[in-house]
Design a protein around this ligand. Sequence first.
Ligand code: C2E
Ligand code: MG
Ligand code: MG
Length: 797
Amino acid sequence: MRSKAAWRPKKTNPIESRVDSDAHANGWSARNQQFLSYFLSRFGQRRAVPVTSLLIATSAGVGIGALVNQAVSEAPITVRLALSMVSGVAGLALVRRKLAFDHAQHSAAIALAGGLLHANRDCLKVLSKDGKMLRVSEHGAVLMEAESPEQLAGADWLEFWTGEDRTAAEKALADALSGSSSSFTGSCATTKGRTKWWNSTLTPVRGENGAVDALLCASEDVTQQSELLKTLRERDELMHEMELHVRLVFYSYSSHFERCHHVSAGVESVFGITPEELSNRPSAWLDLVVPEDREPVLAEMNRIASEVAEGRFEYRIRRPDGCLRWIRSTAYPVRDGAANVVRIVGVSEDVTLEQERLAALDHLAYTDGLTGLANRSALIRHMKTLCRQNVAFGLMFVDLDRFKVLNDTLGHTAADRLLQDVAKAIQGALRPDSCVARLGGDEFAVIVRGDSDRASLARLAQSLLNLFSSDAKDLAAPFVTASIGISIFPEHGCEHEALLTSADIAMYAAKKGGRNGFRFADEASSDVLGDFELERNLPTALASDQFILHFQGIHEPASLAVKGVEALVRWNHPARGLVGPGSFIPILEESGFIVEVGAWVMDAALAQLAVWQAAGKKELSMSVNVSACQLRDDSLVAIVDQALRKHRVPPRCLQIELTESALMQNPTLAQATLMALKRLGVRIAIDDFGTGYSSLRYLADFSPDIVKIDRSFTARLGRDAAAASIVRGIIQMSHELGIKVTAEGVETNQQLHALRDAGCDYVQGYLLTKPMNAENLVHCENSVPLSAAGAASYRAY
Ligand code: C2E
Ligand code: MG
Ligand code: MG
């Protein structure tokens, strides 16, 4: 047990203090008086008079009797005795009664004090006037964590108050000493150094003369409440800070959103309205929601309230300052123990930035970079929506005719500008609710919403075609035309894929039908469908080795000896068998695939030539057809050079056949490429001569090695005198320019003789050899035998 002197209160960290001047302590209330009277009367009467009181009363009685005896000393002895006895007994009785009453009151007071002390849960102390603790209640010692009340007796009460609350304690003590009761709240440490919070009241205890003799100090231990209060306050401050600084709106509404219990300060910056406005009018925020979003918001609120389910909704508001903002709100119903919804709490936040970023991403993902139109994905998304909603619409595929040629002749920059102009022109010609997309290259698509009427779609398609007519001066290229394919939902399909395919086929049919026109999906004939299918299969044909070469002999007219062969490509289609070049070369040209396929033809033809040359036909030449598109491609010269080197074929044995029209598409470029090929040592032939521009002037410009008279002229030989003289003229003129002449399509002996007579250098036609594979060519009766060993399949290459 610590000695009184050794123990001293520890320092505390005061948190809060308060001193109350206690007005009510100035007097007991009437009710307290009544309570005391009742207590004294109820418990005072029962008290037995102790022996000392009896002795005092007896002495008092004897004294009174003696006094009476003396006072009646004149009377006879019997009277005096009697009077003395009576007065003595009466005095005894009176004094005893008085003493019994006083004693009872005293006992009752002690019982009351004991009861109060026992019942009191405060730390009660009696302080001397100099502030020493004279007595401490039993429970008080427990609260102060002392081992006994005695441990605290004699300690200076003020010394407990070492922190900020000391002033309050000093003031309360001074007040009490001056006669008025005083209270304050503050913290001080227990004997074990633990800080506790107390509500202390100091009451003066006055002596008989009314002066303050001592002080009664009752301290209620409010540590738990204080700590709870502190935690709550801290939490409240934290919440307040968060609500103030985070740009979120925390809210609590009644179960059907009719009352606003709480809304955080953030509502002012997010919604532009104050929490007060919301508590006065809980639906004030709804007035800000833009009209289009209001209905879905109300529906979601109803759902949350009726289903008692969480909810999340996004909507736009027009803030009082005019700003349009995107808001995302979440709401969670909160239930009580009986599962009743007591409130709906949630958070609202401004997600405008996020929405703007999403919109930018969306724009990137669904917009065509060149024209700013919707792209393929956007078109498909739009179509899917319309199909789902069962809204009638027409889909138009608009494809510019011969755009690749335009692209090459105009240059990429001008071609891009042309596409932008076309985009603008199409958009300008349509209703605002129509969707225009660029699917890639020169392909555009138009969705005409709510229209499935063929006549009006036809009118619209024609008006689009008219945009491209020569009157449309805005376009960068004056001679642009387009072909349009139209499919209709639901007539031509209920799914976007079916509609896209039918519009594509219809567009293809329009092209096939002469371009610069439009077709509906059901107007595409079966051969167009076939072509279309071929087009779809083409990209994989090369990789799957589906192309093969046939060869046709080129003969010397007199001896009919084979001087050369022409390589003619065929497509060995898995379903259709051999497909002639007329069916797929235009598609290859249109798609640009011809460059790859042409490279393969060059390689395979020279590989076969190398085989034949190795077998002894050293001077045999190989003719390879090259289309306009290949001629425009930068890689042609390199491809030819590479194939020649690879197969070690003398360049003079390679003859490249180009049609007049291919040369005329870009004469300057063609001439440059021809020169480069000539520098390689390759010979150039002008194919199908006489069908195109037929300008003999170009013969000089391009200075070819050979011209191949088109078979349409050969066919007229012997029937048509004019044709014969044209043929003779071409031969003569060519010879004058040092150019050799081959006649194509020789089918009859008459034609052969006429050509021989006209001095034609070479002849080619079914009469002599039909195009066939290398092996058959070797065995062909009409051909000069090629070594059987040399007829190895070109497929090996
Ligand atoms: P072309 O270069 O004028 O080829 C001659 C065409 O006439 C061949 O048709 C051939 O089979 C056909 N022919 C030959 N003799 C006769 C005959 O006596 N009578 C008739 N009626 N026709 C005859 P094919 O093989 O269908 O080729 C057509 C065109 O396809 C070729 O015309 C050529 O321009 C092109 N072509 C063929 N192979 C290739 C190739 O590998 N690349 C390119 N770019 N075009 C090719
Ligand atoms: Mg040819
Ligand atoms: Mg030809």
